[in-house]
Ligand binder design. Sequence first.
Ligand code: ATP
Ligand code: MG
Length: 409
Amino acid sequence: MQIYKVGGAVRDRLLGKPVTDIDWVVVGATTEEMLAKGFRPVGADFPVFLHPKSGEEFALARTERKSGRGYGGFTFHASPEVTLEEDLIRRDLTINAMAEDDQQNLTDPYHGQRDLEARLLRHVSPAFAEDPLRVMRVARFAARYSSLGFTVAPETMDLMRQLSESGELEALTAERSWKEISRALMEDQPQVFIEVLRECGALKVLMPEVDALFGVPQPEAHHPEIDTGVHTLSVLEQAAKHKQPLTVRWACLLHDLGKGLTPEEEWPRHIAHEHKGLKLIKAVNERFKAPKDCQELALLVGKYHTHGHRALELKPSTLLELLQSFDVYRRPQRFEEFIAACEMDARGRKGLEQRSYPQADYLRGAANAARTVAVQPLLEKGFKGPELGEAIKRERLKALKAYKEAASA
Ligand code: ATP
Ligand code: MG
């Protein structure tokens, strides 16, 4: 049997990027031989194995044929006769379809190296269209490598457009989609992921709520970029610049969905968009079965981001409601993430990227003030049950009044 490095490891070495995980392909071997060498099978009907020591993935060279809709609809054919070239041709992009032996000799039948130099994300063969997930993969690679100058080849964009129009994207499972979305959002240029999806028409299918934001104007005084879609992309860009976690990035993407529902007669104002957007955020959350922390933060940021911006003007009672809604006493981290998302929203506006955001420290201070209220003295005074709850609230309100006065003095 011959063993080759394939995919990302080869691509990233040639790009001079750090290689994190290595995928291997094995030519000329049978399942029985792999098992005899101690490799552990990954799935029952999938010719992929884990190395007994390193845990790296070793796949038998295989061909694939589409046999139905969605990802389940694939038949694999793995046998010792399948050649390296036959295995490489089923891969998505030419830059992902190169292999390397242990002497670093390159096998590159589909000109991945040429496309690396030309900075092009190009499909290997028309079979690209057989797996709709590839639309999202290409958009993700565009996000990852756009800072190196990579773009999607026009003929690949055409295929992605056809796939988006075909209805095939709807057959993707939430799990496969979320894996791509979450990885793409964690790239350095996550806004490019959304841009590419939009350009090929996939955004309209996957997240019509986000797609609808393009072309929707906002008041120029607060939003010099005017367009809500453009604003959303900038917020995402800022979130990546500031190395925000996935929860914050997800919340940034969805925070203004309500603006897509405003009747045109009301443009450029968006009264109550925070509240109107909640059902859309919920729908997107559920469509991709986003993890609970992402879902929660997106809803909270959707509902309260304008509170964040107006923090310094909020009445102590409103401030208290905000802190209670976040359960800031038990969930300090989540409130920090809310503050971060608000700040990204404020900076994701044309020409305002470097603005200061005093609301952030003000909100932190308010949370601290409310947190310093001690329960013990109230217990000692004999408060119990719901009355204790009310007493704590009163004390917190007092603390917030004092905080606000001190801050404005
Ligand atoms: P990363 O750095 O994100 O891991 P990668 O290119 O290694 O990038 P993997 O998802 O690890 O991506 O897949 C390894 C290789 O398998 C890819 O380079 C590609 O050749 C192939 N591949 C993976 N998923 C698909 C797919 N859906 N369609 C076609 N080829 C795929
Ligand atoms: Mg990989």
